[in-house]
Design a protein around this ligand. Structure first.
Ligand SMILES: *Cc1c(COP(=O)(O)O)cnc(C)c1O
Length: 372
């Protein structure tokens, strides 16, 4: 049996409803910032529960523009998690600021206890990353940020629909950034991103920043960029947005099946702890395993596309080593880089496929026992 990681072919197997709207787009010619983008932004804000949503070119641009909108620039410092995807740190660097990493917890998210000691006079923002679809521990993070008067921008690129006590991620900080990349839970046909906020001023600045700072056709208000969400992508997003609830439910159910089976393999496999008030949306189903490289190979040899997110902790990548980061700086993130493994968990997996994955892992673990 083969268990593939990418499910895009299944997701867009019947593109007719999307094509129908694209044909209309060809007639009205409103390829950028038209009604389709407005409609999608409205739906997205309603889904997350914010006043505003602003469509931009990618999840990375969402973070860049959010940082710009709150005035982060050269020589500032921005605190984020040491295990995040490169885009978070790249966005911080792109506005001229320095990424300041903080170690993570066994939930794979930033450790709130270690944030405060990294705050300096130069700290202008904190970016918690809801990695894998697991909400960060936002209560202490917001308490620290408010105490020091530092704005929080959430990197929710992997976490659409995740929540704490029923409050969606993306709504805790001044802005929440989402990616619409083909590998994310709400995915379009290329790059796309969207920022949510309840702050009118931030929303207005984001709208200017994404469109050259143009107030109207002729007048420039501030210096901006070109980072607009294409109407075409907004059409795809609008078609999918009604399915996000269903997608999330299926991912959670798949994850529950895995967790139920894998918890019997304690000693070999370590599942991240659960918090009853946190809704996780499983962009990734990730856990730690002692013999990670062996299991990774065993699964892939058995036709199961397991992945590693990510084998090298971010601070140990070349550009960050050059900034002075070293091995031993973030022991938890480094340990996770050696031990994490991700299984396919998407909404199109069949019961048989999940069972096959579980049985293959069980077989692997029983072989290890025999070997000992
Ligand atoms: C995907 C991702 C991004 C960037 O999104 P793009 O749309 O690919 O630019 C940022 N942060 C995290 C955590 C991501 O997973």
């Amino acid at each position: 049996m083969k268990v593939r990681y990418s499910y895009l072919q299944q997701q867009f197997a019947d593109p007719e409803p999307i094509f129908k709207k694209i044909r209309q787009l060809l007639k009205n010619g409103s390829f950028t910032l038209g009604e389709d983008v407005k409609e999608f932004e409205k739906s997205f804000a309603a889904l997350i529960g914010t006043k505003w949503a602003v469509g931009v070119g990618s999840g990375t641009d969402a973070i860049i523009l959010a940082l710009k909108a709150i005035g982060v620039s050269h020589d500032d410092e921005v605190i984020t998690a040491a295990n995040t995807f490169i885009a978070t740190a790249g966005a911080i660097n792109a506005v001229g600021a320095k990424p300041v990493f903080v170690d993570v917890t066994s939930y794979f998210t930033i450790n709130p206890d270690q944030i405060e000691r990294k705050i300096t006079k130069k700290t202008k923002a904190i970016i918690p990353v809801h990695l894998t679809g697991e909400p960060c521990d936002m209560t202490p993070i917001m308490r620290i940020a408010e105490h020091h008067g530092i704005p929080v921008i959430e990197d929710a690129c992997q976490a659409i629909g995740a929540a704490i006590d029923g409050k969606n991620v993306g709504t805790f900080g001044v802005a929440g950034c989402f990616s619409l990349h083909p590998l994310k839970n709400l995915n379009v046909w290329g790059d796309g991103g969207i920022i949510v906020t309840n702050n009118n001023e931030v929303s207005e600045r984001l709208r200017l920043l994404r469109n050259h700072g143009l107030k109207n056709r002729d007048e420039i208000e501030i210096l901006g960029y070109n980072s607009r969400l294409d109407s075409l992508q907004a059409i795809v997003g609008q078609w999918l947005i009604n399915q996000v609830g269903e997608i999330t439910i299926k991912r959670i159910a798949n994850a529950a099946t895995y967790s139920c089976a894998l918890q019997n393999l304690q000693g070999e496999i370590f599942l991240p702890p659960r918090r009853p008030n946190a809704k996780r949306v499983f962009h990734l189903y990730q856990f730690e395993v002692k013999q990670r490289d062996m299991l990774y190979k065993y699964l892939n040899d058995s036709g199961i596309e397991a992945k590693i997110h990510y084998p090298i902790s971010l601070h140990l990548q070349k550009p960050f080593r050059e900034m002075g980061y070293r091995e031993g700086d973030f022991p938890e993130a480094e340990k996770q880089a050696r031990h994490v493994l991700s299984l396919p968990v998407d909404q199109y997996l069949s019961k048989e496929e999940i069972l096959y994955v579980v049985q293959t892992i069980e077989k692997f673990c029983s072989k290890l026992k025999v070997a000992v």
